[in-house]
Design a protein. Structure first.
Length: 250
C-alpha cells in the first residue's frame, strides 16, 4: 500500500483483527454482487469504501423513480440509466483507487459459472428464487462462499452459505429447489426503506470478514430481522446430506 492507501484505510488498519495484512487481503479480493438495487446498493457502498480491490456489479435493469426510495446507489438524474452504470459512477466517486466492473446483463449458465469462479465472495442481492438457486449452484460447484440477503415489507433475512466446509449447508438445504415458495416482490408488497440498508450492510460485513479471515461467519445460521420491533432472531441451519445441490459435493 502507498501512503494514500495507508491513510484511507487507517481505521481498518488500527483494528488488530484486520491490520495491514487484512487490508491487503481486501485490496486483493474480487467480490461479485448480483443485483444493484436495494440490497446491492448499501453492500456495494461499504465494500467499495472498505477497499475491496475489484467489485463486479451485475444487473440488467435500469433506474426507475420508484427505486429511489431505497436504492441509494442511484440519483434522480440517473432515472432511465442502467443500474450498473449508475452504481459504477457512484462507487468510483467514493473510491477511485479500486476497479468497478459494470455488467448490464442477466447472467445464467456458463456465464454465471465463469463470473462466480473468478470471485473471492459472491453476494446474492437478487429478488427471485430462480436467480438465487442458480447463484447457489454456481457457488457450490466452484466452492466460492455466498452471502445471501432478502428483504420484503418489514422482514429481512441474511445468511452465509460456505460449502468449503463439509458441515456447512447451501441455500438449497434451506430452500429446496423442488419445493414451491411464494414469490413476493416489493413492487406489490412494499418494503421499508432502511430495512434493505440494514440487510445489505450486514451482507457487506460478512463478505469483509470472509475475505479478511476474521471472526465467525453466518454459515449455518440464518438471521431474521423484524424491523417493526427491531428484533433479531437466529436459526441454526443444518446441511442436508440429501440436498440435490450440495449433498454430493462433500
Amino acid at each position: 500500500m502507498n501512503d494514500q492507501q495507508l491513510l484511507r484505510y487507517s481505521r481498518h488498519i488500527l483494528l488488530d483483527e484486520i491490520d495491514i495484512e487484512g487490508q491487503e487481503k481486501l485490496l486483493a479480493a474480487h467480490v461479485l454482487i448480483i443485483g444493484a438495487g436495494g440490497l446491492g446498493s448499501p453492500a456495494a457502498f461499504y465494500l467499495a469504501s472498505a477497499g475491496i480491490g475489484t467489485i463486479t456489479l451485475v444487473d440488467d435493469d435500469t433506474v426507475d423513480l420508484t427505486n429511489l426510495q431505497r436504492q441509494i446507489l442511484h440519483t434522480t438524474e440517473r432515472v432511465g440509466q442502467a443500474k450498473v452504470v449508475s452504481g459504477q459512477k457512484t462507487l468510483t466517486e467514493i473510491n477511485p483507487t479500486i476497479e468497478i466492473v459494470a455488467l448490464q446483463e442477466r447472467v445464467s449458465g456458463e456465464r454465471l459459472d465463469e463470473l462466480v469462479r473468478n470471485a473471492s465472495v459472491v453476494l446474492d442481492c437478487s429478488d427471485n428464487f430462480a436467480t438465487r438457486h442458480a447463484i447457489n449452484r454456481a457457488c457450490v460447484a466452484n466452492r466460492v462462499p455466498l452471502v445471501s440477503g432478502a428483504a420484503i415489507k418489514f422482514d429481512g433475512q441474511v445468511s452465509v452459505f460456505d460449502t468449503r466446509s463439509g458441515k456447512a449447508p447451501c441455500y438449497a438445504c434451506l430452500f429446496p429447489e423442488d419445493q414451491q415458495f411464494e414469490e413476493v416482490n416489493c413492487g406489490t408488497m412494499g418494503v421499508f426503506a432502511p430495512l434493505v440498508g440494514i440487510i445489505g450492510s450486514t451482507q457487506a460485513a460478512e463478505a469483509l470478514k470472509l475475505v479478511a479471515g476474521i471472526g465467525a461467519s453466518l454459515a449455518g445460521r440464518l438471521l431474521l430481522l423484524d424491523a417493526r420491533t427491531m428484533e433479531w432472531s437466529s436459526i441454526k441451519i443444518a446441511r442436508n446430506t440429501s440436498c440435490s445441490v450440495c449433498g454430493q459435493a462433500h
